[in-house]
Design a protein around this ligand. Structure first.
Ligand SMILES: [Cu+2]
Length: 187
């Protein structure tokens, strides 16, 4: 029945849309359905392709481990802060703190399991911010100085393993001055 209807639609569609008005919604519907199926298929193929590209693009992460000390720890120099978005883990109820003082983050390198909430506390007297490398608008995570005055806190649950480099744009860059990183490991 479906196949038959589809064929009919194809052959009559050349006659024009005028006929379709009177001839019944049936043809229009089946035509619309096959059209959507076609689109869906296209979308699926496109999505698969995009995934492939993503996987390839992310494949060359050098896997630098951030050195354990707070000073030489800026392992990632150029890579965007967030690695593959694919694998995420739910919140695990744990909380780890990073103190923002004048003008340093402590600890400079924080290592947590994926799912951990990291709580940044402005323990200094100055305004600071927490800006992910390559994301000045803090669209992925982070907080600007308007929301991070003295005594303010900012929390974010890191659900995806990776190395997240951040810095205070007022007092540093991603490699100099007031910067740090959160290393998120597989649980
Ligand atoms: Cu600062």
């Amino acid at each position: 029945m479906l196949v038959h209807t589809t064929k009919t639609t194809n052959s009559t569609s050349q006659i024009g849309p005028l006929r379709a008005v009177g001839a019944g919604a049936g043809r229009l519907t089946s035509s619309a359905v096959t059209g959507q199926e076609g689109n869906l298929r296209t979308i699926k193929v496109a999505a698969a392709t995009a995934l492939l590209v993503l996987a390839t693009a992310c494949g060359d992460d050098s896997g630098d481990d951030a050195a354990g000390d707070g000073e030489g720890g800026a392992a990632a120099t150029s890579a965007p802060a967030v690695t593959e978005p694919a694998v995420t883990y739910p919140p695990n109820g744990e909380v780890a703190e990073v103190l923002s003082i004048d003008n340093t983050f402590l600890p400079g390198v924080l290592t947590v399991a994926a799912g951990t909430e990291v709580k940044f506390v402005n323990n200094g007297r100055n305004d600071h911010n927490v800006v992910p490398e390559g994301d000045l608008d803090v669209s992925t995570w982070g907080v600007l100085e308007d929301g991070f005055h003295q005594g303010d806190t900012y929390s974010y649950v890191f659900t995806t393993p990776g190395t997240y480099v951040y810095y205070c744009t007022i007092h540093g860059t991603s490699t100099v001055g007031m910067f740090g990183s959160v290393v998120v490991t597989e649980p």
